[in-house]
Design a protein around this ligand. Structure first.
Ligand SMILES: [Zn+2]
Length: 268
């Protein structure tokens, strides 16, 4: 173990604090992804702009288009200093920015607190941050872009080729069985009802979760996602907020289930 690794292993608070700061920075980057990827993912004519549009242009106020100063762009701190308003025009900064940053910090800190300052801890933290970005995009646009889901799937298989979170066999089974189950459900629903009850991205996201966590945790994540989705759907239906044929974004439920499974919750 390196000196840094030894120090962090002996100082769990220091490790968790560093992880929180690292997660804040990554959360700030996720804001750029969540803000810019959907327009490209929804428009095939703009596909060539990915991923260059993550770098240019720099961050600007969506209202007055003034470039944001670097010290106002610091995760969470910038938002607090500005009290949630643009420095130049006073336009409110969407709550998504500080919320994603804070969630990024908490997820990375939680992963390191749970798994220790290990490769597995960092891996789970990055996995949960990718799911956070997908959740934000799915809630707003009802899509799960391949640009995130497919690299997530393959990187899970690579991580577990080295047995970081589970065995290679378990990762392959999790990805394949998860994908086939959801695809079967999706096609079965379509055959019976003549409409899509689930997006194309959902089976791929289940495959990615399987590649990272293995078969059993993926079944736990699926069950939690179905229960959470049904409860939210029922609540919206009772409140008269859901049209009869409208389908709910399934991604956030899957992310919630994967978070629970990452924490070791097992329903099987
Ligand atoms: Zn402004």
């Amino acid at each position: 173990m390196t000196d840094l690794g030894r120090i962090l292993a002996q100082e769990p608070l220091l490790a968790t604090g560093l992880a929180f700061a690292f997660g804040l920075l990554l959360g700030s980057f996720l804001n750029v992804v969540v803000g810019r990827l959907p327009a490209v993912a929804l428009d095939p004519d703009r596909a060539a702009e990915w991923p260059g549009l993550l770098l240019r242009p720099g961050s600007r106020c969506p209202d007055c288009h003034t470039a944001i100063r670097w010290y106002h762009n610091l995760p969470l701190i910038g938002w607090l200093v500005l009290r949630g308003r643009c420095h130049d025009c006073g336009h409110a900064i969407p709550l998504r920015y500080p919320l994603l940053e804070l969630a990024g910090g908490l997820l990375m800190a939680g992963a390191i607190a749970w798994y220790g300052p290990t490769l597995a801890g960092v891996a789970i933290g990055l996995f949960l941050l990718a799911l956070l970005a997908l959740t934000a995009i799915d809630l707003e646009h009802q899509i799960l872009p391949d640009e995130i889901v497919l690299p997530l799937l393959w990187s899970g298989l690579i991580i577990n080729a080295f047995g970081v979170l589970t065995t290679p066999q378990d990762a392959i089974l999790g990805a394949a069985v998860g994908f086939l189950m959801l695809t079967g459900l999706r096609l079965g629903y379509r055959a019976l009802r003549g409409i899509d009850g689930m997006g194309q991205g959902d089976p791929k996201l289940v495959a990615a979760i399987g590649a990272w966590l293995g078969l059993q945790p993926t079944m736990t994540a699926l069950l939690i996602a179905f229960v959470a989705g049904s409860l939210v759907g029922l609540a919206l239906h009772l409140a008269g907020r859901l049209a009869q044929r409208q389908c709910l974004p399934f991604g956030p439920g899957l992310a919630l289930g994967a978070l629970a499974a990452s924490l070791g919750i097992s329903l099987f």
